[in-house]
Design a protein around this ligand. Sequence first.
Ligand code: SF4
Length: 370
Amino acid sequence: MLEYKELNPISPILIHWYQSNKRDLPWREIHDPYQIWISEIILQQTRVAQGFDYFVRFIHQFPDIKSLATAHEDEVLKCWQGLGYYSRARNLHAAAKQIMENFNGKFPSAYNDILSLKGIGEYTAAAVASFAFKLSFAVVDGNVFRFLSRYFGIQTPIDSGAGKKEFLQLADALLDKRQPDLHNQAIMEFGALQCTPTAPDCNRCPFSNSCFAKENDLISSLPVKGNKTKVTHRYFHHFIVLANGGTFLHKRTQKDIWQNLYEFPLYESPHPMELSDIIQTEWFRSLTQRQTFQIGLQITEIKHILSHQVIHASFFVIKIDEQTPDLPQFIYIATDKLWQYPVSKLTEKFIKKFSQNLDSPKNEYNFTSN
Ligand code: SF4
């Protein structure tokens, strides 16, 4: 590992590289803390190419703190639909309200005040503080971790408490205090474009003569990650109950994935289950209220991968020609209003397919649930 006292003045090299290589992004030249905040939250766990459209749409719909704070949460989630990690949208909404109440509707300019907002951690606080207010706080995101660990040969796991502290201290020591905004943008962009996770182009890198990982053939083993998060498998069986032109939805209010998004009545099982077995459950009998039903469109064996979970999903359209079931735990809506509700990407994909097949259901069978 390079001793930190051997630090090269890397900031001018990074900034020089940045000025000739940076991407042209809509949030790049802005200094409005609100827009910077929105862009930073969108870009967490999202690729720039995907985040770009969402940013433009979000700012168009909620151009300032007040419009976001006064919106209904469903509108905010609908605008976020498909981007995943929906707690980010819920927190943005809550933080906008916090700004209205505690900071007279003006985005706070002190680091600790920014950090006090819901959903803002050290990374985002440093990004907004430096980009919008030129405060000297170093940002350390995944791109910065990667570049620093390779360049200095740091083997401390980046997801450990000791690692986070060490990298933050180093990033602070490297920060150009006269232009922290430019320095932070440059180091992040360098990690994103030049010192990439796989196959970085080391031969065209301005640090190729002093990079520890390159010299010691450690590029593929840095940065080091400690804990491998366990992936859980879940089995979601959704039922689209069609009765008299309407269907049922449920709002996921429990603390879980997709909180406050809507979904079709869901039967979750700890292991794979056949439809014929679910039909025998008390849950299903109360869903159809023991009426005769037909099974229409069936889509099964969909694998939906989230960061720590694999959802094995299926969708079954159930048509009831008798009475609309009385199901107070669900909301009953016209099927052509489905698109108005914020749903997960998984459900969104199904709704698109479902709409195409609505008038020509396939695989119809008659059943009685009793
Ligand atoms: S030489 Fe390669 S590994 Fe080292 S900083 Fe440059 S791109 Fe990254």
